[in-house]
Design a binder for this molecule. Structure first.
Ligand SMILES: NC(=O)c1ccc[n+]([C@@H]2O[C@H](COP(=O)([O-])OP(=O)(O)OC[C@H]3O[C@@H](n4cnc5c(N)ncnc54)[C@H](O)[C@@H]3O)[C@@H](O)[C@H]2O)c1
Length: 318
């Protein structure tokens, strides 16, 4: 039975990864700034899941936790996530994403961790130069979030070169499904449609971005964790397709008849209090490298993913 440390285990992706690891019998130590409801439920349901309050920026606490019970591998999900949060809190973004990852990598190499899988982001690419891009696309991030995630990738390479620590980066796009804590599309449309509330986004219909259903992302994370020998240290994980927001709204309307939702013309903007930040051009992620290395095969196209998501929200998820 492997022992996996999951950082950010109370969050959207961290909790889903923790659930999947526990379900297959791995032992999981889940850490986060607070043991939120999702992680608390997992620790209650699975004897193999232990939850701790532990900040990745706090060396003494993190080192003591890993010294007492060193994990074999780490799935690194803890971060200040997303463009709006990073524009509002750039210092905190760098403190947690870059400083926290540095602390984690240092502890990982000192306490004999075999592999760290870091959830990176398509924001490290900056504006997409084609409709569908692979991992060789230039990385020119333009906002604090993407810049911080690219810094983590580079730091991972430094630890590999200097100390032989294996760090694998999974660049994913917009992950959706029950449990996302942020009001981001398609969550905003799905929640409104299921609740019978009107929701009209003033812009964004033309925005094209790869949307990955949470179950596919988790399957990719486990694939990368288990892969015997990684031929690369960075992989795209996505659906391989980039539907427009107009298409997404259309599918939700079909799946929830009578849904009073729409997206206005034009490109997408991230809403912030008193301001909005235009999204850079995005598109689809080519996932051939992850398929070749560890068999990653997305099972959910956008229609199947939205149907599963709507069913989960109807059943009481969020
Ligand atoms: N959700 C997406 O669409 C998406 C897309 C691309 C990349 N990612 C990456 O995936 C990872 C997980 O994202 P998510 O969507 O689950 O976000 P999330 O906000 O739901 O989870 C992140 C978790 O990290 C925790 N955290 C923050 N600071 C911490 C600290 N100092 N110490 C310990 N924990 C801390 C938060 O409390 C939160 O529970 C992040 O690295 C993110 O950059 C997410």
């Amino acid at each position: 039975m492997a022992h996996v440390l999951v950082t950010g285990a109370a969050g959207f992706i961290g909790a889903a990864v923790t659930a999947a690891l526990a379900a297959r019998g791995d032992r999981v130590t889940g850490i986060d700034v607070a043991v939120g409801p999702a992680l608390a439920r997992l620790a209650e349901a699975h004897a193999g899941v232990t939850a701790y309050v532990c900040e990745i920026t706090e060396w003494a606490a993190l080192a003591e936790l890993m010294r007492r019970d060193p994990p074999d591998t780490i799935v690194h999900c803890a971060a200040i996530v997303g463009v709006p949060a990073s524009v509002l809190s750039p210092h905190r973004t760098f403190d947690v994403n870059v400083g926290g990852s540095l602390t984690l990598f240092e502890a990982a190499r000192l306490f004999g961790v075999r592999r760290v899988v870091h959830i990176s982001s398509e924001e490290t690419y900056g504006a997409f130069q084609a409709e569908c891009i692979d991992e060789t696309h230039p990385q020119n991030p333009v906002l604090a979030y993407g810049i911080s995630k690219l810094a983590v990738e580079h730091l991972g390479r430094t630890f590999a070169t200097l100390y032989g620590l294996e760090v694998v980066h999974l660049r994913t796009c917009w992950v959706y499904g029950p449990g996302l804590p942020r009001p981001r599309v398609p969550k905003t449309f799905v929640d409104a449609a299921v609740a019978g509330r009107p929701f009209h986004l003033p812009w964004g219909a033309a925005m094209k971005v790869d949307h990955t259903y949470i179950d596919d992302l988790v399957a990719g994370v486990l694939g990368a964790l288990d892969c015997a020998n990684h031929p690369h240290d960075a992989y795209n994980l996505g659906s391989g397709k980039a539907p427009t927001l107009a298409e997404i709204v259309g599918i939700i309307r079909e799946l929830v008849p009578g849904a009073d939702i729409s997206a206005g013309d034009g490109e997408f903007e991230h809403s912030l209090p008193g301001a909005s930040v235009p999204a850079v051009r995005k598109g689809a992620l080519n996932v051939a490298r992850a398929h070749a290395a560890f068999g990653y095969t997305p099972r959910y196209d956008i229609r199947a993913g939205l149907a599963a998501y709507i069913e989960a929200v109807r059943a009481g998820g969020s």
